[in-house]
Design a protein around this ligand. Structure first.
Ligand SMILES: [Zn+2]
Length: 185
């Protein structure tokens, strides 16, 4: 039986549960293989059900909402930009999500280039001919939008799925009030 909260389908951080209490023996960690088994199959099923374009929007949206909740729950949004980005780097490393580096960090104009090495989403997968880290794209969007209080256009320009050995994301301020919620039509 779903609770009322589940039926509203809005994600909040507390839905992750009390993992320490719930997994006293197995703990917080789980193999990358298990994450990818879930992620790749969920992606395939969404594409099968809704088509590729809609599926990508749904996955980005999910990442966006996860990023927003994560930013509010985990990060100190009062930090200056450089310190905030260091805390973002550390969180990614400590949780074995990826090793991220800021190849460009122009906080005056909010133009960033984020390189993602050994990414949880795709490092090591066979090339598919296009970038594939849609969830992470949305996740960065949710975190950065919540921190900076403005909207961004984030694009993955390099990716293991596209044949490169690093994933790379560009971040530009949006001039059109971009909102991930509008992506669902
Ligand atoms: Zn990628």
């Amino acid at each position: 039986m779903f609770t009322e909260k589940h039926e509203t389908a809005s994600f909040t951080w507390d839905l992750l549960g009390d993992i320490e209490t719930g997994r006293p023996n197995l703990g917080m960690s789980c193999p990358v293989l298990v994450y990818r088994l879930f992620k790749q199959n969920m992606t395939a099923e969404l594409i099968r059900q809704f088509g590729r374009d809609k599926a990508i929007k749904l996955i980005k949206n999910a990442g966006y909402h996860a990023g927003r909740e994560c930013c509010n729950a985990v990060f100190d949004c009062d930090l200056p930009p450089q310190m905030f980005m260091i805390s973002l780097q550390m969180m990614f490393k400590e949780n074995n999500i990826a090793i991220i580096n800021f190849e460009k960090a122009d906080f005056d104009n909010w133009q960033l280039v984020i390189a993602v090495n050994e990414g949880l989403e795709c490092s090591g997968i066979a090339p598919m001919g296009h970038p594939g880290c849609f969830y992470l794209e949305g996740f960065f969007g949710g975190i950065l939008e919540t921190y900076a209080g403005r909207k961004f256009i984030i694009k993955e320009i390099d990716c293991w799925a596209a044949g490169q050995r690093v994933c790379r994301f560009t971040v530009e301020p949006s001039t059109e009030g971009h909102d991930y919620l509008d992506l669902i039509s």
